[in-house]
Design a protein around this ligand. Structure first.
Ligand code: IP8
Length: 256
C-alpha cells in the first residue's frame, strides 16, 4: 500500500479562492489508477481552505465569535474540494471513500491525538481507497484547530506502515532557494542533519507551516525500507512512475 498526498498547490490554484486545477486532478487520478497500486489518498486544502483559515486565524483555535462561521465555511469548502477529488477518482476507475478529519480526528494543542485507524484498515481490506484531507478538527485544548494533510500523512505512515510515501507538489521538489528566483536548483536528497543550514521561503497564505514543517513531517515518515519523496505532479507520468517505484526527479528524504 502506498500513501499519496495530492498537494493543495497542485490540485488548486492557491492564489485564488476556490480555484480547482481540474485537468491536473483528473490526470493524477488516472495515473494512480494506471499504476495498479493500492493507495491511501490524502489531499491538501489549497485555495478551498488556506485563504479563509488564514484570514480568520483558525489554526490558533477559538478566540472570537465570528471564527465559528468561518470554521463552518472552511469545513464546507474543503468538502466541496473533496467531492471533486472523489469524482475524479471514480471516473478514473478507483473506488474511494471519504473520511473527513472533522468527523474522525481529535487534536490536542494542534497535534493529532486520535484517528480511527480500524475504520481505515477495514476499508482497505474491502479494496476501497480511503481519502482524507486537510480540514478543521476539534481540539481539546483550544476548541478547534486546523488538521493539515501533512499531519494526517504522518499519523497514517506511523500506524499503517506503507511501502512508499509520495508527496505530489507543483514543483520538482525542494529547491535550494525560492523557486521563483533565477538559478534555483533542486535538492535531490534531504537528511535530518541538513535541516539546520537550509533556508526556507514562505508561500502564499499557508496556515499549516509551509516547506519546513513539511520536511520535518517527511523525516518522521521515513523508515527501514520505506522511501519518502516529493515530486512534481504537473509533469505527466511522474506520479505513475513514482507509484511503480521507478527512479524519478524529486527530493527524497532519507535518514542520516
Ligand atoms: O492543505 C490545511 O491542510 P493542508 C487545511 O494539507 C485547511 O496544509 C483547512 C487549511
Amino acid at each position: 500500500m502506498i500513501l499519496v498526498k495530492l498537494g493543495g498547490s497542485v490540485i488548486t490554484d492557491k492564489s485564488q479562492y476556490q480555484a480547482l486545477r481540474q485537468e491536473v486532478l483528473v490526470r493524477l487520478c488516472e495515473e494512480i489508477s494506471d499504476s495498479g497500486e493500492d493507495v491511501i489518498i490524502v489531499h491538501g486544502a489549497g485555495s478551498f481552505g488556506h485563504i479563509m483559515a488564514h484570514d480568520h486565524c483558525l489554526a490558533d483555535g477559538y478566540k472570537y465569535e465570528s471564527q465559528v462561521n468561518a470554521l463552518a465555511t472552511v469545513s464546507r469548502d474543503v468538502r466541496q474540494l473533496n467531492l471533486m477529488v472523489l469524482d475524479a477518482m471514480l471516473s478514473a476507475g478507483i473506488s474511494p471513500v471519504s473520511l473527513p478529519p472533522s468527523a474522525c480526528v481529535v487534536m490536542h494543542d494542534r497535534e493529532i491525538t486520535e484517528i480511527d485507524f480500524d475504520r481505515i484498515r477495514s476499508y482497505i481490506k474491502l479494496g476501497i481507497s480511503p481519502v482524507m484531507f486537510g480540514d478543521v478538527a476539534l481540539d481539546e485544548s483550544q476548541g478547534f484547530s486546523i488538521c493539515s494533510g501533512d499531519q494526517i500523512m504522518e499519523a497514517l505512515a506511523r500506524e499503517l506502515v506503507p511501502e512508499r510515501v509520495i508527496f505530489v507538489s507543483d514543483i520538482d521538489g525542494i529547491m535550494d532557494r525560492d523557486p521563483s528566483e533565477p538559478g534555483a536548483n533542486l535538492i535531490e536528497c534531504v537528511k535530518p542533519s541538513d535541516m539546520d543550514h537550509m533556508k526556507f521561503h514562505v508561500r502564499v497564505k499557508d496556515v499549516t507551516g509551509g516547506i519546513k514543517k513539511k520536511l520535518i513531517a517527511m523525516i518522521g515518515m521515513v523508515g527501514p525500507g520505506r522511501t519518502c519523496i516529493i515530486i512534481n505532479g504537473n509533469v505527466p507520468g511522474r506520479l505513475k512512475a513514482a507509484l511503480r517505484g521507478d527512479e524519478v526527479i524529486g527530493t527524497k528524504v532519507e535518514l542520516d
